[in-house]
Design a binder for this molecule. Structure first.
Ligand SMILES: [Zn+2]
Length: 284
């Protein structure tokens, strides 16, 4: 493979991307100046819609017996860490989870006395979430029709920013919905992480549905360009898993999980999966 320039330019610094990964399903370029990575060409809207069909969440075992499945347990531990980090900067109040999927962050936020709402473009996911959360979850985009007139003390984007074709537009919409001192919490893959260095181009986050790969430095710069100031960045964030889930997951996708880990059973463990948690405040 030869490195070559492409025509698309970096959304953070304007530099031209250079190809560093070419696979059948994926071509990734990197900005030499700031390190941002993105897909070139970007998938079409039809290709993106096909990725997020009814089976998208089923593939991860998320919808089996939603009342007490291991994914729910794991997610609620992970989101508890996110919410506790938010709590360092806002005392509570209204929270909107953008890309709420099955509603597990909304549930964890309600447990912590946030007035929590969730939004997701995946109608299948929202239907499952609404069985438990009713009108607290809604299907659609973060536009004027979503919870009209509501402003929030916190907006969360967990496993979301890397999926959207125009991250700047999403950040602007989040900013509009935040109160003057509101905070945005982002959980997303960190292309500057140790797991990225360890796996190289075989990093498990290099998949068709991840359109952008940020690092702490270029994300901070990008947030600055969109009216946010970073308060805190945890660059080696650890998500919660159970051995039982990892055993199933490894069998399903043939990933890097160590053999025999399912012997840990239902005991949750927290593993660095190459993600970062960033808390940013809306600037005046
Ligand atoms: Zn750049």
């Amino acid at each position: 493979m030869t490195e070559s320039d492409v025509d698309s330019s970096c959304i953070v610094c304007g530099d031209r991307g250079r190809v560093f990964l070419e696979r059948e399903d994926l071509c990734l370029v990197r900005s030499p100046a700031c390190g941002l990575e993105w897909q070139d060409p970007m998938p079409t809207e039809e290709e993106l819609d096909a990725l997020y069909d009814a089976t998208y969440f089923e593939r991860w075992g998320s919808v089996d017996d939603p009342s007490e499945n291991p994914v729910r347990t794991m997610k609620r531990i992970t989101y508890g860490v996110v919410l506790d980090a938010i709590r360092q900067h806002v005392t509570g109040g209204a929270l909107l989870d953008v890309g709420c999927a099955l509603g597990y962050l909304v549930e964890a936020a309600l447990d912590r006395d946030f007035d929590a709402l969730g939004l997701d473009r995946n109608t299948h996911a929202v239907r499952w979430a609404a069985e438990r959360l009713g009108e607290r979850v809604s299907a659609g985009e973060l536009d004027a029709t979503a919870f009209p007139g509501r402003r929030f003390d916190a907006v969360t984007l967990t496993d979301v920013l890397e999926h959207v074709p125009d991250p700047g537009e999403l950040l602007a919409r989040c900013r509009e919905r935040l109160t003057a001192s509101g905070v945005l919490a982002l959980l997303l893959p960190n292309a500057g992480s140790a797991t990225r260095r360890l796996f190289g181009n075989h990093w498990p986050h290099y998949v068709a549905e991840h359109l952008y790969h940020f690092r702490p430095d270029n994300l901070s710069r990008y947030l600055g360009q969109h009216g946010f100031e970073v308060l805190e960045a945890r660059t080696g964030f650890r998500k919660a898993f159970t051995g039982q889930y990892l055993g199933t997951y490894a069998a399903r996708v043939g990933s890097f999980v160590p053999p025999g880990i399912d012997r840990l059973g239902a005991l949750p463990i927290r593993i660095p999966t190459g993600e970062m948690l960033v808390i940013a405040r809306r600037r005046a």
